[in-house]
Write a protein that binds this ligand. Sequence first.
Ligand code: ADP
Ligand code: MG
Length: 189
Amino acid sequence: MTKKEVRNLYKAKRFSLSSPERMKMDDLMLIWFQRLAFDTVTTVLSYWPIEERGEMNTHLFVRYLEYLIPGLRVCYPVINPDTAEMTAFEVNDDTTFKLNEYNIAEPENAVAVDPHDIDMVFVPLLAFDAEGYRVGYGKGFYDRFLMRCSPEVNKVGFSYFEAIDKIDDRNQFDVPLNYCITPQRLYEF
Ligand code: ADP
Ligand code: MG
C-alpha cells in the first residue's frame, strides 16, 4: 500500500473505535510498554495526544516512566510549520501549554533540549509495516527530527492496529522504529 492509501484507511479505522475501546487498548499497550528496557533512559520525548485524531493516551506511558525513573527529563515537541522543523522542550510542573495551528498542545515557557540528549522518542504514526517503517501525518516532521538525534535513540511507536506488510513508497528520509506496541503484542525491529 502507498502512504496515501494507508493514511486514508487508518484514519478511518481509528475513528471507528469508541472511546471506551481505546481506553481498554491503552491499558493493554501499557502492559507491553513495561516490557521494554529502560536502563539507559534519562530523557524522553513524548507527544501530546490529539483527541480529535483518536490518538492513544501517551500520558499513561510517561507517567509509568516517571514512576520508574527518578529525575526523568520529559520533553514535548514544538513545531515550526514554515520549515517543518521540530524542537524538543523539557517540561516541568510549571510549564504551560498552548494549542498550535494543528490543535496540538505545545509547551510555551520551557527549555530547549539538544536532540542528542534524548534516549527515547515516542513517534506518532497512523500505521507501520513489518520492517518498522511508519506512515505519519505526511509532513515528515519526525523524519527530519530523528536525523538530528543520536543513532542509539530508541524510537517507539504505538498503534491500535497490527503491522501492514509493506509501505510501498518509502523514501530515503524515512527513519524506521525500533519498537512498536499494539494492544496484542510488542514488535521489535
Ligand atoms: P511522514 O513521515 O509524516 O509520513 P513522509 O515520509 O511522506 O511523511 O514525508 C513528507 C515529506 O517530507 C516527504 O516529501 C519527504 O521527502 C520530506 N522529508 C522527510 N524528511 C526529510 C529530511 N530529513 N529532509 C528533507 N525532506 C524530508
Ligand atoms: Mg516519513
